[in-house]
Design a binder for this molecule. Structure first.
Ligand SMILES: [Zn+2]
Length: 410
C-alpha cells in the first residue's frame, strides 16, 4: 500500500475530520463555536457542516434564537446512522464494544484468555464468538453494522502488506483473511497503540492540544504519538514502539529479542522481575497470571501494614518509567502525556507523583517544565473505543467524506 500525497480534496477531507472531531468532542455545538475550535474559517466550516448534514453524519439538534442576530443551530453527531464495533485482542483478554455513530458505548463484553495460548486460529474464533454474542444480545443484523475494528498486538504494515510481529504470535496474511471472513463485515485492523492514540485524540485530552503522547502500560508498553493533531504512524505503522527503546544497555532480556528494552522493566513481566530482584521469595512473584499479579500489587499498596518490597517495587518502576518518559520528552517534546492501560488503572495513582518527578529531573533543559502528565480520561477501554473510531473513520472514507489515510485498509 502506498500513502498518497495530499491533494486539495484531501485538505477538504482533513477539514471535515477536524470539524467532526470538534463536534464529537464538544457534544453539541454551534457552527460559530466550531470555527473557533478548529481554527478554520467560518465559511469553510459552513461548507463542511453542510456536506456532513447532507450525508446524515451530523444533525442540527435544536435552533435557539439569541438576543441579537440570527437564530443559531446546534450541531451534534447523528447517533443513528449505524453502529460500529471495536474489538481488542490482547494476550490476556478479548474485549468487544458496540457504539452508535456518535461513539456512545451501547454494549461491552469481555472474555478472559489464557495468555499462554496465542494461536491466530484460536484468537480469530474468540473474535468471531464475542462478535456473534454481541450482535445476538443487541438483536442486530450484521448489515446494521457499518464496520468493525480489531486490534492485534504488534501489528505492523510493510511493503508486502500487513503482518503481525510479536514473537510467539505470528499472523500470516492467510490468518488475517480468515479473520475477515469470520467477522463478515467491513474490517479494519490496527495496532492497539494507534487505537489508543485515536481514542485520546477524539475523546480524551487530545481534543485540547496539538502534541500529545499516550502511553499504554500492560503486558507490553508503547506510546501513541500525535503531532499537529495527527497520529504519527511512520513508514510501517510502527511509530511509538517506545517499549522497545533502550533503557538499560545489556539489561534484561526482552521478548523482542533485544536486551534492556523499556518493556522489560515497565511491562507487567518486568514489574514481576523487579519485585523478584527486591524480594526473591515474595509470595506475589509466584502468581501465574499477570492480571492477578497487578491486582494483588494494587491491593498490597492499599493495605494498612506496609509491604516494604511492594513499595520498593513501585518506587523502582516509577523510576524506570520516569526515565523512559524523559527520553520520549527529549524526542517528541509533547504538551501532554497521558497514561492508560490496565497497569495504569491498577497502579497509576501510586506511580504518578514519582514518575512526574523523575521526568522533570531527567528531561533535557526546560522541555518538561510545562508538561502535563496525567492519567487518561478516556472512559472504558480506550483500545476498543479507539479501534471502533478507526472503523467509523473508515466508513466515512468509504462514503468519500474523508481520505483513507486515517485507517489501514485490508
Ligand atoms: Zn524489546
Amino acid at each position: 500500500m502506498t500513502i498518497p500525497r495530499l491533494t486539495s480534496r484531501d485538505i477538504r477531507s482533513d477539514s471535515r475530520l477536524d470539524v467532526l472531531h470538534a463536534i464529537l468532542s464538544a457534544g453539541e455545538v454551534t457552527r460559530n463555536e466550531r470555527a473557533q475550535v478548529t481554527g478554520l474559517s467560518a465559511a469553510t466550516v459552513a461548507t463542511v457542516v453542510g456536506e456532513l448534514i447532507a450525508e446524515g453524519i451530523v444533525l442540527e439538534t435544536k435552533v435557539t434564537v439569541g438576543r441579537v442576530g440570527r437564530p443559531t443551530a446546534t450541531l451534534g453527531m447523528n447517533a443513528d446512522r449505524g453502529r460500529v464495533v471495536g474489538v481488542d485482542v490482547a494476550e490476556t483478554y478479548v474485549r468487544a464494544a458496540l457504539f452508535d455513530t456518535a461513539l456512545n458505548q451501547l454494549e461491552f463484553l469481555e472474555v478472559e484468555r489464557d495468555e499462554h495460548i496465542l494461536d491466530p486460529e484460536v484468537m480469530t474464533e474468540a473474535v468471531g464468538d464475542i462478535l456473534d454474542r454481541m450482535l445476538e444480545q443487541q438483536r442486530l443484523a450484521r448489515e446494521a453494522v457499518l464496520g468493525i475494528g480489531v486490534t492485534l498486538p504488534g501489528l505492523v504494515q510493510g511493503p508486502a502488506g500487513l503482518s503481525v510481529f510479536v514473537p510467539n504470535l505470528a499472523w500470516r496474511s492467510e490468518d488475517l483473511d480468515r479473520l475477515r471472513e469470520r467477522v463478515g463485515m467491513p474490517l479494519v485492523i490496527d495496532n492497539p497503540l494507534k487505537a489508543i492514540g485515536t481514542a485520546e485524540m477524539w475523546l480524551g485530552r487530545g481534543r485540547y492540544c496539538s502534541s500529545l503522547v499516550t502511553v499504554n502500560l500492560g503486558t507490553g508498553v508503547g506510546a501513541a504519538i500525535a503531532l499537529d493533531a495527527r497520529l504519527v504512524r511512520g513508514a510501517t505503522n510502527s511509530a511509538g514502539e517506545w517499549g522497545h527503546t533502550l533503557l538499560v544497555l545489556d539489561g534484561r532480556e526482552c521478548r523482542c529479542g533485544r536486551r534492556g528494552c523499556v518493556e522489560a522493566y515497565v511491562g507487567v513481566p518486568g514489574i514481576v522481575e523487579t519485585l523478584r530482584e527486591i524480594a526473591p521469595d515474595h509470595p506475589l512473584t509466584s502468581i501465574d497470571l499477570q492480571r492477578d499479579f497487578i491486582l494483588a500489587m494494587a491491593q498490597a499498596v492499599d493495605r494498612a501494614e506496609p509491604d516494604e518490597a511492594v513499595h520498593a517495587t513501585i518506587d523502582r518502576t516509577a523510576y524506570y518509567l520516569g526515565s523512559a518518559l524523559a527520553d520520549l520528552v527529549a524526542v517528541v517534546n509533547p504538551e501532554v502525556i497521558t497514561l492508560t492501560g490496565w497497569t495504569t488503572w491498577a497502579l497509576g495513582t501510586s506511580l504518578l507523583p514519582a514518575v512526574r518527578r523523575h521526568v522533570r529531573e531527567q528531561a533535557p533543559g526546560t522541555s518538561a517544565d510545562g508538561l502535563e502528565l496525567e492519567l487518561s480520561t478516556v472512559k472504558g477501554n480506550s483500545v476498543t473505543t479507539g479501534v471502533a473510531t478507526i472503523a467509523l473513520e473508515r466508513s466515512l472514507a468509504d462514503a468519500g467524506l474523508i481520505t483513507r489515510r486515517t485507517a489501514i485498509t485490508l
